[in-house]
Ligand binder design. Structure first.
Ligand code: DC
Length: 213
């Protein structure tokens, strides 16, 4: 079955992927898919009920409604975005069986319509033939600051920064599908760049590539 066009947005934690990907999808009027939320949902279910993380990933049935993540109709978004779930999702994402199950679900999304998909391995593994690939980065200070603001995290900036750096190191050194830019990815450093300008940069590339939805 032929898939629809895909825009891949990868990068480390707090690089502004989520906000940028969401807005880009809105501008293009196509579906936005947050793959990090899928890994977080596996972590949430595992922390709640235990069991085999691979089975949990295989049976995962979450729904996205705008910004919110629903599990069996219940809004679990706030439970997914905690420091504990950040760490546990990163830990479980290193398990090849968990990745295999979620990647299969991610690929199915592009059979339904054109998408902007955000994650760590979208341009390298999930859709190595994606029409456009972006890799967003920003300094660790800025990424920590954004996390703090975005999630209202009361802990000192230094603690958040260390946590982000540890998670990135873990995500980029795992054996299966490590976080890294695809060779043909467009690298964008968002340090000090206002969001509106980041979106404009992405849109400019999208236009130049003649991306056709
Ligand atoms: O994007 P996020 O911070 O919500 O992702 C949480 C964790 O999930 C991240 O630390 C690593 C994992 N992840 C992954 O391995 N591959 C993806 N495509 C997306 C997320």
């Amino acid at each position: 079955m032929r898939r629809y066009p895909v825009i891949a947005i990868d990068g480390p934690a707090g690089a502004g992927k989520t906000t940028a990907a969401k807005l880009l999808a809105e501008r293009l009027n196509i579906t936005y898919v947050n793959t990090g939320a899928m890994y977080r949902a596996v972590a949430f279910l595992y922390s709640k009920h235990g069991g085999d993380p691979v089975k949990i990933a295989e049976n995962l049935q979450i729904e996205f409604r705008g910004d919110r993540v629903l599990l069996n109709g219940e809004d679990i978004t706030d439970k997914l975005y905690t420091p504990e779930m950040s760490k546990l999702s990163s830990d479980l994402s290193a398990i090849p069986g968990v990745r295999r199950a979620l990647v299969a679900k991610q690929r199915e999304q592009a059979l339904l319509g054109p998408i902007v998909m955000e994650g760590r391995d979208i341009g390298t593994v999930v859709f190595p033939d994606a029409e456009i690939k972006f890799f967003l980065t920003a300094s660790a200070e800025e990424r920590a600051r954004r996390r703090k603001e975005q999630f209202g995290d009361p802990r000192p900036l230094e603690v958040i920064k260390r946590e982000i750096e540890e998670r990135d190191l873990q995500d980029s050194t795992r054996e299966d599908s490590p976080l890294r830019p695809a060779e043909d990815a467009i690298l964008i450093d968002t340090t000090g760049v206002p969001l509106e300008q980041v979106i404009e940069m992405l849109m400019e590339h999208v236009r130049r590539r003649g991306f056709n939805v």
